[in-house]
Design a protein around this ligand. Structure first.
Ligand SMILES: C[S@@+](CC[C@H](N)C(=O)[O-])C[C@H]1O[C@@H](n2cnc3c(N)ncnc32)[C@H](O)[C@@H]1O
Length: 215
């Protein structure tokens, strides 16, 4: 898998920002809807969305929650802020530029932490998940929607061929889910396909940081 550093990722999304909603808006919106529905947010929940991008998910949260969004790319965040202002999304408490692999938030700050189409973008997915776990309350949950390496031999072959183009596309097309679960010691409690042909995967993950610390 061709590796990307922070600078390359930021550069890729600076380039994608103007057309992002046109290309990745509608087509990936069923997955965003599915995650937010499955988060079963309650009034008062404090939610962190890592890699919030242009904020396409932000109008989908119900009123009464507080959502904080972080992203590495200023140009993506500018668009998220414009959406918050124009759609008067009062539940969005904060948007800030931050590396989600090394966040400035204190431990146990959020009830739920969500990553939509981000895990295969960051330079170190296991480190991102460790950070999501750290800032989430011990009894909280993590939610992920992402494309993982296909189990279909033909598609998996095509994804492997596309892998060297990661830095231009801004994501890795062939992140292996089983390997990630193992490396990041993920306790997946629910998994299902979302978006067209179920090609993307929704994961509900228990925050097992206490168990990991005790082991
Ligand atoms: C494919 S976009 C997904 C955006 C949004 N979640 C969505 O549903 O459209 C990936 C986003 O992750 C951001 N990103 C990549 N690496 C990051 C990091 N280390 N920390 C924070 N954001 C990051 C990118 O800047 C980009 O906005």
């Amino acid at each position: 898998m061709g590796s990307m550093n922070l600078e390359m990722i930021e550069r890729a999304y600076r380039r994608h920002a103007p057309g992002y909603d046109r290309y990745f808006g509608k087509v990936l919106q069923p997955g965003r809807n599915a995650v937010i529905e499955q988060m079963r947010c309650r009034s008062g929940d404090h939610i962190l969305e890592v890699g919030v991008g242009t904020g396409l998910s932000l109008p989908l949260y119900q009123p009464g929650v507080r959502v904080c969004g972080v992203d590495l790319c200023h140009e993506m965040l500018v668009r998220a802020q414009q959406r918050v202002t124009s759609e008067k999304l009062d539940h969005v408490s904060k948007l800030c530029r931050m590396n989600a692999e090394r966040m400035a938030f204190a431990d146990d700050s959020f009830d739920k932490v969500v990553a939509m189409y981000v895990v295969s973008v960051v330079s170190n997915p296991a480190r991102l998940i460790d950070e999501m776990r750290r800032v989430c309350k011990p009894d909280g949950e993590l939610f992920i929607v992402n494309h993982f390496e296909s189990t279909h031999p033909f598609l998996a072959g095509a994804e492997r061929l596309a892998a060297p183009l990661s830095r231009f596309m801004g994501f890795h097309p062939n992140l292996n889910l089983a390997r990630l679960v193992d490396q990041a010691r993920l306790e997946v409690v629910e998994r299902r396909g979302v978006n067209a042909f179920g090609y993307w995967t929704f994961l509900r993950v228990r925050n097992n940081k206490r168990q990991l610390a005790a082991a």
